[in-house]
Design a binder for this molecule. Structure first.
Ligand code: SAM
Length: 383
């Protein structure tokens, strides 16, 4: 078996059965009290192990070493230990170290994987990782991106002036929408355009948004706010800078729980803050061709223009909250319409024209109703 365990090693295991009685993280911390009861547990989606237990790629190894419950506990716990007599304090410290280290100790992981199947996603073989076809993903993306494009038609005039051949196609779409919306009182001549969430609802029948997670101390999560998501539908996208496995990500990865690891080792940094944000913006500006933006940068701001681009905030499933979505990789084909690239929430770190842009979408594993939070599985095993 090629043991490829994407994502949250420590987190999934801790989540699926260990006692989690521990102080909640301080506000603003992306941490979850680990089973050891003192250490905050950090993890990130998409990391994978191979059969030898090695996390593939140096950058990934670096993150594994730092983030998975390896951080020292709050000072008050360290203080208590220090007050004990020498031997006892040392034992206590050793126990604490083991409690945090064991999530990186391959035999321990292997032993516990067997007992904790519930929060692990098993994929029989690499080729079966995708649960819907690339054509279906493409069709959904084109549908929603076209709807967003015509929703804000007046803003697209620069594009259309340079691409007169596509203008008539969009004018036709606009007319269809106008006729359909006449009954609802919508007037495309006026500035009364829909907001992106409404466009999503009108086009795909649901809308999603970020809100406080239903899980204690899990920070922000993503919820279906209106309508419902049918099984097998693309429900979200994982935005971020795309790094090939040989590209440097060390500094961006420090304390960053938003790095997603694809099956082939490609990394997507979905952090909307700090150095990750600066890198994304910079790459995005680099690739802009006159008025043609090759990617969406609004997911870095509170006013998103692609409402699907919040997938990096989807939390990990747990014992009580089973996964209702799963990640699926999608390479943007060469023929993807240039005018719609402005909605793609990913950009390659290096300007390499030969590699297709990697996107990751989240696909519904079952029908998801209004008000439900999305949960993915950070931890996958590929045979
Ligand atoms: C990719 S981020 C998800 C967004 C995150 N909730 C936030 O507010 O930034 C991963 C982090 O979310 C938190 N998290 C995800 N799933 C969790 C769960 N089931 N229980 C507790 N915390 C969770 C952990 O802090 C983890 O490091």
């Amino acid at each position: 078996m090629t043991l490829v365990t994407p994502a949250h090693k420590a987190a999934s295991l801790g989540n699926s059965g260990e006692s989690l009685a521990a102080p909640p993280p301080r506000s603003g911390e992306e941490a979850w009290p680990g089973p050891c009861g003192t250490h905050p547990l950090h993890w990130e989606p998409g990391l994978r192990l191979d059969a030898s237990g090695a996390v593939r790629g140096a950058a990934a190894r670096a993150r594994w070493g730092r983030d998975s419950c390896g951080t020292p506990g709050p000072a008050r716990f360290r203080g208590k230990g220090a007050a004990l007599p020498g031997g006892a304090a040392m034992l206590r410290a050793l126990r604490r170290r083991w409690a945090s280290y064991r999530y990186r100790f391959v035999p321990w992981i292997a032993l516990h994987l067997r007992h904790k199947r519930r929060t692990i996603r098993y994929v029989p073989e690499k080729s079966k990782d995708k649960i819907i076809s690339d054509e279906d993903v493409l069709e959904t993306l084109l549908k929603i991106f076209k709807a967003l494009f015509i929703n804000n038609f007046s803003r697209q005039m620069d594009f259309l002036a340079l691409l007169p051949e596509i203008k008539s196609e969009y004018l036709k779409l606009l007319t269809i929408q106008y006729k359909r919306s006449k009954t609802t009182g919508y007037n495309h001549q006026s500035q009364n355009i829909f907001n992106p969430e409404e466009v999503l609802f009108n086009t795909l029948g649901f809308s999603i948004t970020r809100d406080r997670s239903s899980l204690i101390s899990a920070g922000t999560g993503v919820f279906v706010t209106k309508g419902f998501v049918p099984k097998g539908a693309v429900v979200s996208m994982y935005p971020g800078t795309v790094y090939q496995k040989y590209e440097p990500i060390f500094f961006q990865s420090i304390g960053n729980p938003f790095i997603f690891r694809c099956i082939d080792g490609v990394l997507i940094d979905g952090n909307d803050k700090g150095i990750s944000k600066a890198v994304y913006r910079s790459c995005s500006k680099r690739d802009q061709l006159g008025p043609f933006q090759m990617s969406d940068i609004t997911w870095l701001t509170p006013a998103v223009q692609n409402p699907l681009a919040v997938g990096q905030y989807v939390n990990n499933c747990s014992h009580n909250k089973a996964a209702n979505v799963c990640y699926q990789e999608f390479d943007v084909p060469e023929y993807f319409p240039i005018e719609l690239k402005q909605y793609l929430p990913n950009i390659t770190y290096s300007h390499d024209m030969l590699i297709p842009l990697r996107c990751v979408v989240l696909v519904a594993l079952r029908e998801i109703k209004q008000g439900e939070e999305l949960f993915s599985n950070y931890y996958t095993i590929v045979n």
